[in-house]
Design a binder for this molecule. Structure first.
Ligand code: TXA
Ligand code: MG
Length: 338
């Protein structure tokens, strides 16, 4: 495995040519996008894509996002391009938005997990875009983490997760957005939000001219297969506490520390408790999101076996961060059982 450092804005064409050659011969390349690092393979080769599932330990029932350079390339993979797709792609591509649309037969079954839809996205990262163009291929890429572990926001996170099982890692520095793209399903009668992201549902509804986005929980449609409840999880047990339960959090930290456990804090405000390691988080959603996965990796690396995480505000702007925290939490929103 090689880690190749590239300038995040003007990557060296020779480095890109080398990565593109790996993809073209069926290998895996990890690369930065504006959200998180992706683990990429040639989306048109079932053999190459199979390696992604093997290396990640991803269940074959969980389909992948195909990354393309522009709307024209997306249209080559989908069987329909409704006005809603045009409206959202025009405003948000390149960007942290994934659209689920009816697929063309050319997309291998393994990419879509046998579904009749395919997820497509144009990433807003110069390295990702240049790689897609250099390879001249659509690139299937899930987040470059072992299945149901924390997504990577640095090349080091990827290296630690996969070591030699990935041919090449393009290191373009830490990612900007920090959590995965918003996923919207446009394949049915009504648009459905399958995964919240920093690009909020309210914004997308405005861009759709006021058409409401159904939230997955409120629809009859099957949930996005990747939305397993325990996802994005650190190795440590993570417990969420709300502000008014601060005293409980302190007590829980004491009990855990007394029992010899290493306790981490993921906090918006300092808290007097026997923490092994504390990460004080920014109190705005965009900067919190950028920092979140690196903070969880850091607490894991510090050997914490319990993480006490302060809940974030119940406001629409925090929806995506709240979603990821709840998925990372193993014990639900209170502190029982620590
Ligand atoms: O920001 C991102 O989206 C990153 C970067 C690398 O682009 N990728 C990413 O991929 O988060 P992944 O595989 O970790 O998450 C893809 C999500 C999963 O929840 C999956 O179930 C869903 O998209 N998905 C993919 N294809 C789908 C389809 N045809 N129908 C419904 N959901 C789909
Ligand atoms: Mg993922």
């Amino acid at each position: 495995m090689a880690v190749v450092r590239v300038d995040p804005v003007r990557p060296d064409p020779e480095d890109l040519a080398r990565a593109a050659a790996v993809l073209r011969r069926g290998g895996l390349v990890a690369f930065p996008t504006e959200t998180v690092y992706g683990l990429g393979a040639n989306a048109l080769s079932a053999e190459a894509v199979r390696r992604i599932f093997e290396v990640k330990g991803r269940p074959p029932s969980n389909p992948l996002i195909v990354h393309v350079a522009d709307v024209e390339a997306a249209k080559r993979l989908v069987a329909a391009w409704p006005p809603e797709a045009e409206a959202l792609a025009r405003v948000h591509w390149p960007g942290p938005l994934t659209l689920v649309l009816p697929r063309k037969p050319e997309v291998p079954d393994i990419v879509t997990a046998g579904l009749d839809t395919v997820a497509v996205r144009v990433p807003a990262h110069p390295v990702a875009l240049a790689l897609i163009r250099a390879a001249d291929l659509p690139i299937a890429a899930p987040s470059a983490n072992v299945a149901s572990r924390i997504s990577p926001t640095t090349a080091l996170h990827v290296e630690k997760a996969f070591g030699d099982r990935v041919e090449l890692i393009l290191d373009g520095g830490p990612t900007d957005v920090g959590i995965e793209s918003t996923v919207v399903d446009l394949s049915g009668a009504e648009p459905v939000l399958l995964r919240p992201g920093v690009l909020g549902a309210e914004q997308l509804e405005r861009d759709l001219g006021g058409i409401p986005l159904a939230r997955t929980a409120r629809t009859e449609r099957p949930r996005s297969p990747g939305q397993l409840t325990r996802h994005y999880a650190p190795r440590a047990e993570l417990l969420l506490f709300e502000g008014p339960t601060t005293a409980d959090a302190v007590a829980a930290a004491r009990r855990a520390a007394d029992a010899g456990r290493r306790v981490g804090g993921l906090l918006l405000r300092p808290l007097e408790a026997p923490f092994t390691r504390v990460v004080l988080m920014p109190d705005a959603p965009a900067t919190y999101a950028r920092r979140l996965y690196a903070a969880l990796h850091e607490l894991d690396d510090a050997g914490c076996d319990l993480i006490l995480a302060e809940a974030v505000p119940e406001e629409p702007g925090w929806a995506a961060v709240r979603d990821r925290l709840h998925r990372a939490a193993s014990g639900g929103p209170l502190l029982d059982g620590c």
